[in-house]
Design a protein around this ligand. Structure first.
Ligand SMILES: [Zn+2]
Length: 291
């Protein structure tokens, strides 16, 4: 009886690289890999914070404010790490869908929906500010405008929570989360372009060139932070997708039961969910990790 790896090799003609053979379905040296990545990410974020201070305030201020820059950069890097941990919480867990805790399952939905809402609402707030600048005269109108903005954000958050949940609830967690990270990255780029377009229109209408830079400086930390968080998630989840692919060849994705004793069954003998082996998955084009 050939083992899992031999079967994977036989079917796909290749052995997925970078698989921990001591602990199958796990990324080798996971702890050290994540720690190294987070250290590099922290250094990058602190340097980025320093660069922003140098551009806006000059070298002298950057040198005098070095401690504040390190503290500010550390807080920013910490927020990014928390977002990354939340987004990867469910796919990081090995097992069937029923074996994942409700809270762990909801973390990626919550963080994904928050991210999508953030890059949809940034251009909206720029437009609302422009409307406020041009039309609003009384306090009641200001309150009305801000209220409209928050109501729209709640509507966006509800819409994105439902959409992201539906997208992630499909089979093969690692694959779904990797694809979602890719889409959110594209969404962040689109959000940045929309912000730049809205800021340019605002600056033209008001006739103040400085205004464009001011608006972009307000939007940048959110957009750049989201992009850094998503690039890290994308790199990690893509590796997870590769090392986990063989698990689905022999386990029920619903309850996690090991079906390697008889892969020819039509249903999982533990929970009754319809079973199709990983090889069939490969044939319908669902199993190959994307580049
Ligand atoms: Zn099952």
């Amino acid at each position: 009886m050939p083992g899992v790896w031999e079967r994977v090799e036989e079917r796909s003609g290749r052995r997925p690289h970078a698989i921990s053979h001591g602990r199958p379905y796990h990324i080798p040296h996971k702890g050290a890999t994540i720690a190294t990545y987070w250290l590099l990410q922290w250094v990058g974020v602190v340097l980025l914070t320093a660069a922003v201070v140098v551009v806006f305030a000059g070298w002298r201020e950057a040198v005098y404010g070095a401690v504040s820059i390190v503290i500010g950069g550390t807080v920013w890097a910490g927020a990014i790490m928390i977002l990354q941990s939340a987004f990867a919480a469910a796919p990081d867990c090995l097992g069937g869908r029923r074996e994942i805790g409700k809270l762990r399952d909801f973390f990626p939905v919550g963080s994904g929906a928050l991210g999508a809402t953030a890059f949809c609402s940034l251009p909206m707030w720029i437009c609302l500010s422009l409307i406020g600048y041009a039309l609003v005269e009384t306090n009641a109108q200001i309150i009305g405008l801000i209220g409209t903005g928050f109501a729209a954000m709640i509507a966006m958050l509800t819409f994105w929570t439902i959409s992201v949940r539906r997208f992630l609830s499909q089979e093969r967690r690692e694959e779904r989360h990797t694809r979602l990270a890719t889409r959110l990255l594209a969404g962040t780029a689109l959000g940045a372009m929309a912000c730049a377009a809205c800021a340019a229109v605002s600056a033209l209408v008001v006739g103040d060139g400085e205004m464009f830079l001011g608006i972009m400086a307000l939007c940048a930390p959110w957009l750049v932070g989201a992009a850094i968080a998503l690039i890290g998630c994308r790199l990690y989840l893509r590796r997870l997708w590769v090392v986990r692919a063989p698990w689905y060849e022999t386990h029920c994705a619903e309850c996690g039961y090991d079906l390697s004793g008889d892969l020819g069954v039509a249903q999982c003998s533990e929970c009754g969910t319809g079973w199709r082996s990983g090889a069939e998955w490969g044939e319908v084009g669902g199993a190959q990790p994307e580049a």
